[in-house]
Design a protein around this ligand. Structure first.
Ligand SMILES: C[S@@+](CC[C@H](N)C(=O)[O-])C[C@H]1O[C@@H](n2cnc3c(N)ncnc32)[C@H](O)[C@@H]1O
Length: 269
């Protein structure tokens, strides 16, 4: 099971997950969900994409997430949909009846500790010819803007000692071929895979909120440190990240926030 804890972030995540939302639109286009298809939204978070899927298909839609807080948020904001159910489950250790035409996993694959296990669980829950689509940040340089901030942390006199005990929790592969191979090894045929370079202008404040909606759940999570995190460390860390984003602004005061993302669609034959 992943040690990620998004519980305390459930409310702010729904508001600040701008890049995850726009990437989900690309993913849903690639998956081309058809009316009546039954869909599992794996790691559904607060359910905003799950609801969209429920509107597209009209079939049965289920959202699962390991975070109780996320599922509570999803249930409270999606009560108008009769074809939608949510459940707290670990994507790396779930068993559901073979029920789904499509499995969607947006902006969560990078959190898996045992990705093969999660993919195999998905394979087992899909009908024959069923499709899975994932979108996730990819490669160690998944976001050069964030990586630059972390380089400063690594060299910062007041922070670097505790940061030395940080163990990177994310699962990143460096090429499309490596992602393809992973899915093939679990029985899937690849329909589409590409690592896209995306680039959008944001204010430093927006960039910071985007950082907080994802990466900070790793960088400031006690579960990924052997040393104890205290308030001084957390506030100094946040200060350095904010300052780095300020330094990255262009003449108009905006940051060109760059991400590399894997979009992969695979089919169960
Ligand atoms: C960045 S959010 C993405 C939420 C949603 N899919 C979206 O696109 O907005 C990542 C989500 O993955 C969930 N998650 C991480 N590891 C998980 C696991 N092993 N099983 C289920 N959910 C997991 C987190 O709780 C969090 O809600």
């Amino acid at each position: 099971m992943s040690e990620v804890n998004f519980n305390s972030r459930a409310f702010t995540y729904a508001k600040n997950s701008l890049v995850q939302k726009s990437a989900s639109e690309v993913l849903l286009n690639l998956l081309s969900i058809q009316p009546g298809e039954d869909v599992l939204d794996l790691c559904c978070g607060p359910g905003h994409i799950t609801k969209k899927i429920a509107q597209i298909t009209g079939g049965n839609v289920m959202g699962i997430d390991i975070s109780q807080g996320m599922i509570e948020q999803a249930i409270s904001s999606g009560q108008e949909f009769t074809n939608l159910t949510y459940s707290v489950m670990d994507a790396e250790d779930f068993e559901l009846p073979v029920n789904f035409d499509v499995i969607v996993c947006n902006s969560a694959f990078q959190w898996f500790q045992k990705p093969e296990q999660a993919i195999t669980r998905c394979f087992n829950a899909l009908k024959q010819e069923g499709r899975i689509g994932i979108q996730a940040p990819a490669t160690r340089m998944y976001c050069p803007n964030f990586v630059a901030a972390i380089e400063k942390i690594r060299n910062h006199p007041g922070i670097r000692e505790i940061f030395k005990s940080f163990k990177n929790p994310w699962f990143f592969l460096e090429s499309e071929e490596e992602y393809e191979q992973l899915f093939r090894s679990c029985g899937f045929d690849i329909i589409h895979s590409e690592i896209r370079k995306e680039s959008n202008l944001f204010s430093p404040e927006e960039a910071y909120k985007i950082y907080q909606s994802g990466a900070e759940n790793g960088y400031l999570n006690q579960a990924f440190y052997t040393e104890t995190l205290d308030e001084d460390y957390i506030s100094s860390f946040r200060k350095v990240v904010k300052e780095t984003f300020e330094e990255q602004t262009d003449d108009s005061g905006m940051i060109d926030l760059k991400f590399k993302r894997i979009y992969l669609i695979a089919k169960k034959q």
